[in-house]
Design a binder for this molecule. Structure first.
Ligand code: PEP
Ligand code: MG
Length: 583
């Protein structure tokens, strides 16, 4: 067979190499037939028994969860048990058997299809994906009915080595995933699923390479095919050529070696050789991202990009999340971080993050009604978000971060709205942290050049290098034709970074960097040498940055960084930064 490559959604990183084990969906093999009147009650009993059996099985799986099972699993299994107990799933198919004389499997599938169609109408992407939970529950019952409940290769000798296996399925339920734990299971590929599917969430927490949303993988891949999952690129290579296999094996062993080493640093405090403590924080987009953040050893959330709660809510009329919906998400994040601070940035929509895909955009959207400009133009929406954030601050430490500020009056107006939101909550007798720290993103050059305006009015600063570079160098960050000009080491950027960090230190207010620069290990020493003590990044980058910090002696690098900051020659800067890494 010729080798071929399939593309899907990367949901869990790393490389897995193994033989395919296909989980055939029982739904595909279901027989449809009509039953005679005198057999109706026996058919009803057959379905009732199957549902009871699955119920017992879920209870057993739940009770026997291994101590080291990902914490989400218990919750997901509870969700499945609840679905199974719902009359709409358990009782409706019985009615269908009685009224239409369908066999049990057909009746169950009819009801599941009906429910799935209703879920397709739901606007909320997370809830819409829960349709798969109903399908997965139905699938388990079908497996009992058709007698195909156990589909895993088993070994009679527990010590016998099974070949490394990659599960390929149309879909996998979280409870099914548990069965993989003690086997030579190294990755999985599914036809269904998205970033928010439970399988994706569990795969990430199990730290197993996975690609989902591959649409036809389970029909194109055959049992025992050799496959490679590249979980970073979101591709699956089926029956790879020996040379490709070799290359991937090399990359895999290198990654494993690096990860193993880094994994040991999770609990190690981020302290430089000379004893300076550095705060490593996480950038998150949804409350669910808190678990990987803690897992990676983050001491807090440095940037919660709240706009992800607002985006992609089209489907007819655009609907903004309500105050309660937002409050729930913010509270969830705060609770998940268990006392570690969570910096929530107020809505940063516009430019490359339109609220609504179909929205008409301005000629220069990056220079248009974006972020705080948009919020100040929509006071009711802004107040709603501020109340939601403030209410969540009663459950744990929150810092409020305002994006794209450039003018003193924008700071004043933002603070006025925060005061107003507090007043509204006081009147409604709702709790909040009255001393919630408020900070500004420094991401417009004008802000970086007028820092006293910010330092006087605010409690902390966070440098958004992604936009600071875009606006300083006048290059659209999403335009690939000018991507080669996007240079964090441009002397103008170094100047703005350095002066902002120094001004914060002088005034005694915290300064963080939360743009991509913070997670780039090539720049860690440079930023440390400038005086940066708070780095916020994607959790996956955190341990590599920590390693840089642990190996760095500030006394050794500071004079070298001073030299770099004095030059305008880009070759000398690049060389200086390279040299820093050898110190
Ligand atoms: C930034 O601009 O650097 C930043 C962190 O915010 P965003 O990437 O969301 O604009
Ligand atoms: Mg920004």
């Amino acid at each position: 067979m010729a080798s071929f490559t399939l593309h899907g959604i990367p949901v869990s990183r790393g490389i897995a190499i193994g033989r395919a084990h296909l989980l055939r969906p029982a739904a595909r093999d279901v027989k449809h037939y009509l039953i005679s009147e005198d057999k109706v009650e026996a058919e009803v009993a057959r379905l009732t028994d199957a549902i009871a059996a699955v119920n017992r099985e879920l209870q057993t799986v739940r009770r026997d969860l291994p101590a080291d099972a990902p914490s989400e699993l218990a919750a997901f299994i509870d969700v499945h048990a609840l679905i199974l107990a719902d009359p709409i799933v358990a009782a409706e198919p019985l009615k269908i058997i009685r009224s239409r004389h369908y066999n049990a499997e057909w009746a169950l599938l009819t009801q599941i299809d009906e429910l799935s169609a209703q879920f397709d109408e739901i606007e909320d992407a997370y809830l819409r994906e829960r349709k798969n939970d109903i399908r997965q529950v139905g699938e388990r019952v079908l497996k009992f009915l058709t007698g195909t409940a156990s589909t895993f290769p088993t070994s009679s000798d527990p010590h016998e080595e099974l070949p490394q296996m990659i599960v390929v399925a149309h879909d996998i339920s979280p409870a099914d995933m548990l069965q993989f734990r003690d086997r030579a299971f190294v990755g999985f590929v599914t036809d269904l699923g998205g970033q928010n599917s439970h399988t994706a969430i569990v795969a990430r927490s199990l730290d197993i390479p996975a690609v989902v949303g591959m649409s036809t993988a389970s029909t194109l891949i055959s049992e025992d095919d050799w496959i490679i999952i590249d979980g970073d690129a979101g591709i699956v290579i089926v029956d790879p050529a020996p040379i490709v296999l070799e290359q991937y094996r090399d990359v895999q062993s290198q990654l494993l070696r690096e990860r193993k080493k880094l994994g040991k640093l999770k609990k190690t405090p981020a302290v430089t050789k000379d004893g300076t403590r550095i705060h490593l924080l996480a950038n998150i987009e949804l409350p669910e991202d808190c678990a990987p953040a803690i897992e990676a050893g983050a001491v807090g959330v440095g940037l919660f990009r709240s706009e992800f709660l607002f985006m992609g809510r089209t489907g007819g009329q655009h609907r903004l999340p309500t105050e309660d919906e937002q409050f729930e998400s913010y509270r969830k994040a705060v609770v998940a971080m268990k006392g570690r601070p969570v910096t929530i940035r107020t809505l940063d929509v516009g430019a490359d993050k339109p609220l609504d895909k179909d929205e008409e955009t301005a000629l220069n959207p990056a220079l248009g009604l974006r972020a705080i400009r948009y919020c100040l133009a929509e006071p009711q929406m802004f107040l709603t978000q501020l109340r939601a954030i403030l209410r969540a601050s009663a459950y744990g430490p929150i810092n409020l971060l305002i994006p794209m500020l450039a003018h003193a009056f924008e700071i004043d107006q933002s603070l006025m709205f925060i005061e107003q939101a507090k007043q509204q909550l006081r009147e409604a007798k709702k709790k909040f942290d009255p001393n919630i720290p408020v900070g500004a993103m420094i991401e417009i050059p004008a802000a970086a050049l007028t820092l006293p305006l910010f330092i006087k009015r605010l409690n902390f600063l966070s440098i958004g290098t992604n936009d600071l570079i875009q606006y300083t160098l006048a290059i659209d960050r999403v335009d690939h034709e000018v991507a080669h000009l996007y240079n964090p080491l441009h002397p103008a950027i170094l100047y703005l970074l350095h002066t902002t960090i120094a001004a914060g230190a002088k005034a005694g207010i915290p300064v963080a960097v939360c743009g991509e620069v913070a997670g780039d290990t090539k720049l860690t020493r440079l930023l440390l040498g400038m005086g940066l003590r708070e780095f916020s990044m994607h959790p996956a980058q955190l341990l590599s940055v920590k390693q840089e910090i642990l190996n760095c002696d500030l006394d050794q690098i500071e004079s070298q960084v001073k030299k770099i900051l004095k030059t305008f020659d880009s070759a000398a800067i690049a060389e200086g930064v390279e040299r820093l890494r050898t110190l």
